[in-house]
Design a protein around this ligand. Sequence first.
Ligand code: C2E
Ligand code: MG
Ligand code: MG
Ligand code: MG
Length: 292
Amino acid sequence: CLLAWYGGDEFAIIVSSTCSKDELYTMTQRLLQSLKTACVIDNKEELSLYLQPIVNIIIENRLSTAEALVRWENEVFGLVPPDKFIPLAEETGLIHEIGTYVLKEVCRFIQGFRKKELNPIPIAINISLKQLENRNFAREVENIIASYGIEGKNLEFEITESVSTGNMEVIAENLRKIKGLGIKIAMDDFGTGYSSLAMLLNLEVDKIKIDKIFINNIEKSRDEKIIRTVISMARELGLTVIVEGVETEEQVNFLKNINCEYGQGYFWAKPIPIADFEKYVQKSIFCDRVEE
Ligand code: C2E
Ligand code: MG
Ligand code: MG
Ligand code: MG
């Protein structure tokens, strides 16, 4: 199912009921053509990368890692959110171009830190199912990070439960090699898929990121119990827990009370353009860098 948009300041979704099938088709083709131009021909000038801090809640909101989040801004379509263009990129294979762009940008960023003799914090990258199904994926990652002189411990990969619908043999082999490079694996959006627990059973992940839907209504006792239970299960399994989408002080206090170690959300910071992130890190007194 494809959706289409029109440009201008307001980013509007045209649902099939408001326009003819032909119009929808034409818009979708234009959107796809623009995405293709942005990813393949245009030297990725319309793509950019943001970093969002992940903090240690227990140790005074100390910066721990950051997640890389891609943005696509197009003249006609405006700022298209990743939730919209990543699925299109996955369908068309453009996700491989985007994935390579993101990894290289992150490596360049880490390299910049190194050159200034600062110890970089690890950066987490979202990896799509389609990338993990590429038999050469782990080797490509190894080559790229080697070409930037980056070690695996400077990176983390976030995967979602959607991997359970893919070619498990190839995916498991890629993950094994990636972990062999020292890259940690996090299960993203934990709890929203239909096989969260089965995935923990089958894949050796290091971290889980509890989806923001569970923290949204923390005043509801049921949501609270779910988070508590997931955290104690994760502890039992030796997994690190990160709670996503933390926006209020009340939520932070709740997480502190139940001894949840890591959080990410607008409460601490929105995603920051990669060019401004170094400034943010230097300004941040609560900075927990990787020990060499
Ligand atoms: P995600 O990996 O779960 O990333 C977290 C999303 O939550 C981001 O949305 C982030 O901006 C948003 N967020 C963070 N804190 C808060 C908060 O306090 N409140 C609310 N309401 N939202 C918060 P974003 O950047 O729009 O990305 C959406 C999704 O697109 C990501 O979800 C990820 O699945 C995908 N994505 C983003 N960048 C990439 C990428 O480089 N590659 C791939 N394959 N997927 C990506
Ligand atoms: Mg993520
Ligand atoms: Mg998530
Ligand atoms: Mg997501």
